[in-house]
Design a protein around this ligand. Sequence first.
Ligand code: 5GP
Ligand code: ZN
Length: 114
Amino acid sequence: MSDCIFCKIAQGTIPSEIAYEDDELIAFKDIQPLAPVHLVIIPKIHLRSLNDVKPENEGLIGHLFGVIKRLAEEFGVAESGYRVVTNTGTDGGQVVGHLHFHLIGGQALNARIG
Ligand code: 5GP
Ligand code: ZN
C-alpha cells in the first residue's frame, strides 16, 4: 500500500535497522524501543491486522513465529524471557495499520496487560 509506513520499510524506501529479512518477512528495530530489545516483525504483504489473516496466510504466520523464536535467541533473550505482542485495532492500541508483531525483552517486563 502506497501510504503505509511498514510497506515502505519492507520496500526499503524508508530506512530501518534491519535484523532479519527474507522473501516473506522483515524484522527491524523499533524506532521508539520500550525495552533493550524491541524488534518489529512484519509480513511483506500488506495485511491491516490479525483480522485480515486468512487460512492461506497461516503458513506465513507460522514462519513468522519461527523467525521470532530465532531472533529471540540471536538477541540473547530466549533464556531470560521476552514478550510477543500484536496490537489489533483501536482498543488494542494499534497505531500502524500493517500487521506486525513486537518482540520485546532484555529487562523484566510489567506483567500487567493494558
Ligand atoms: P503499534 O502501536 O501500531 O502496535 O506499534 C507500531 C510501532 O511501530 C511503534 O512501537 C513505533 O515505535 C514503531 N514505528 C512507527 N514508525 C516507525 C518507523 O518509521 N520506523 C521504525 N523502525 N519503527 C516505527
Ligand atoms: Zn503496509
